[in-house]
Ligand binder design. Structure first.
Ligand SMILES: [Zn+2]
Length: 135
């Protein structure tokens, strides 16, 4: 439980597989970037976090339950996680990265939509970069 940002989780693997199948190439867990994003697409300067709904508090999600025992302890812990996530997003944006979050539940129920969103942004950005290079 000490290490909240577990790597190579099932949701993460599902998303990676789907992106790879679309011909999108990426790197994994770039430790030199804030928050060590799960998926990094350098060609489009995009990063993707795959978040567990419980730990990262997916709002309105049925997986985002709150333990009844030690409620105050958990609230503190959850708050710290959310604050940390926000801090990483801000730091990444400052460095010029676009940040995407895919929730665990989305990889189970709506993976295609999550992949479409990332693919569209990826292709658009690459196209713009190529055009800019040509001008
Ligand atoms: Zn969720």
């Amino acid at each position: 439980m000490a290490k909240i940002r577990r790597q190579n989780t099932a949701p993460e693997l599902a998303l990676r597989q789907a992106l790879f199948a679309r011909g999108i190439r990426f790197r994994l867990h770039q430790r030199k970037l804030p928050g060590s994003p799960d998926i990094v697409l350098p060609a489009a300067r995009m990063v993707v976090f795959v978040h567990g709904c419980f730990w990262h508090r997916h709002l309105g999600c049925s997986k985002t339950t709150s333990p009844k025992n030690n409620a105050a302890f958990w609230e503190e812990k959850f708050k710290a996680n959310v604050t940390r996530d926000k801090k990483f997003v801000r730091a990444l944006r400052k460095l010029g990265w676009r940040v995407f979050t895919v929730w665990e539940c989305q990889t189970q129920t709506n993976l295609v939509r999550a992949v479409n969103r990332i693919e569209t942004a990826y292709l658009t950005t690459r196209l713009q970069r190529r055009q800019r290079a040509r001008d």
